[in-house]
Ligand binder design. Structure first.
Ligand code: BGC
Ligand code: ZN
Length: 367
């Protein structure tokens, strides 16, 4: 069967690979689930993997099948699978457990191991292929009514984890009624974070680079949030005008914004960092001032990566609520569809060049 793969370490090596079809018997104990891949989204991580800045092949391979934002349909289940049935729509989680205590309790996103395993990213093949086989532990059922937007669940899970962690941390305050939030960045993660915070009833200001109007600013305004271009109003002024900010979700991919966000955060506030910044940017910051305000204001900053199944399950609920509250909104994020694995060149061209792209995805087979 076909798969889209790269040779990690070799820039621009994306190509079509040929793999044997997996079987339900590949997983022991009758626990295999064979899934037909329908749609796979691509993002900045795939771009970096193909640029040889990131990613590693599984042991015994010189290539890595990419793709970590999947949606598929169950075709066949092993004799001991009760959780899923043929015909069910599913999204697979990305991380696979290592050996730390966190991995052993299902919180593999919190691993303290130095090596981590991520399907389509690091040491495990991904989903840009025709079929895969998994243990039901790593498959999250998506209701039929969400099949058109289910490919957004993996990026949504990253947002869900960040927000859930923020709420968990804020239990330190005994009572936390967040009212105003900011989201830094208006890409897929920024948009989904804006959505998740609106669904929780917060007043949300999303900051982006580009001037409005754009599809991104329209989408933000369509769910009752505010879009601010930092060309018109810098972050600190925006925070003064629309704060105090109880929660900030940073998703720009640019580390300097983190230090501005630290200054924009209100008293007792929580700042969630989700940008994966592979560079080595240096910056001069008002260190005394930032530190003093953090201390005197009891502020928290937390990093968040990936997600375990719990956050995928929360994501399903938010996607469903979004479809009920803002019908059609999620579908508008799916801006660029490329049909068939053979068109991997087109997929990458759209990912790297398409103007106004929010989510580029490969339609491997019709949902
Ligand atoms: C993925 C995450 C992953 C992270 C770091 C992101 O693109 O969506 O699941 O943990 O990259 O590898
Ligand atoms: Zn991703």
């Amino acid at each position: 069967m076909k798969a889209i793969a790269v040779f990690p370490g070799k820039p621009d090596s994306v190509h079509l690979a040929d793999l044997p079809e997996p079987s339900v018997h590949d997983i022991p104990g009758g626990r295999g689930v064979r899934v037909k891949v329908l749609r796979v989204g691509v993002d900045g991580t795939d771009k970096e993997i193909n640029a040889a800045e990131y990613g590693a092949p599984p042991e015994g391979f010189n290539y890595l099948v990419i793709g970590h934002e999947s949606l598929g349909r169950v075709e066949e289940v092993g004799a001991n699978v009760t959780e899923l049935r043929p015909g069910d729509y599913v999204v697979a989680t990305v991380r696979r457990p290592g050996s730390s205590i966190y991995d052993r309790i299902g919180a593999y996103d919190m691993t303290t191991d130095s090596t981590y395993y991520e399907r389509g990213i690091n040491l495990r093949h991904g989903f840009l292929t025709e079929y895969y086989v998994e243990d039901p532990e790593y498959l999250v059922k998506v209701p039929q009514g969400l099949k058109e937007v289910g490919v957004l669940l993996e990026p949504a899970s990253v947002v869900e984890k960040g927000i859930a962690q923020a709420y968990e941390i804020q239990r330190r305050l005994r009572v936390w009624r967040p009212r105003r939030a900011a989201v830094m960045g208006a890409g897929t993660i920024g948009l989904l974070a804006t959505l998740a915070l609106r669904l929780r009833g917060l007043d949300v200001t999303a900051f982006g680079r580009n001037p409005r109007p754009s599809l991104n600013s329209d989408l933000i305004e369509a769910i009752g949030a505010r879009y601010i271009s930092t060309l018109e109003l810098p972050i600190l002024e925006g925070a003064r005008k629309y704060g105090p900010l109880d929660l900030i979700f940073e998703a720009t991919g640019a580390s300097p914004v983190v230090f501005e966000s630290m200054q924009a955060l209100g008293k007792n506030g929580v700042l969630v960092l989700s940008s994966v910044t592979g560079g080595d940017r240096k910056l001069e910051v008002p260190a005394d001032k930032i530190n003093l305000e953090f201390v005197l204001g009891n502020k928290v900053m937390v990093g968040t990566v990936n997600a375990n199944r719990e956050y995928f399950e929360m994501g399903v609920k938010d996607l469903a609520q979004a479809e009920a509250e803002y019908p059609g909104w999620l579908g508008r994020l799916l801006t660029h569809r490329v049909t068939g694995l053979d068109n991997y060149r087109d997929l990458f061209n759209k990912l790297t060049q398409a103007n106004g792209a929010i989510k580029v995805f490969c339609e491997v087979a019709e949902p």
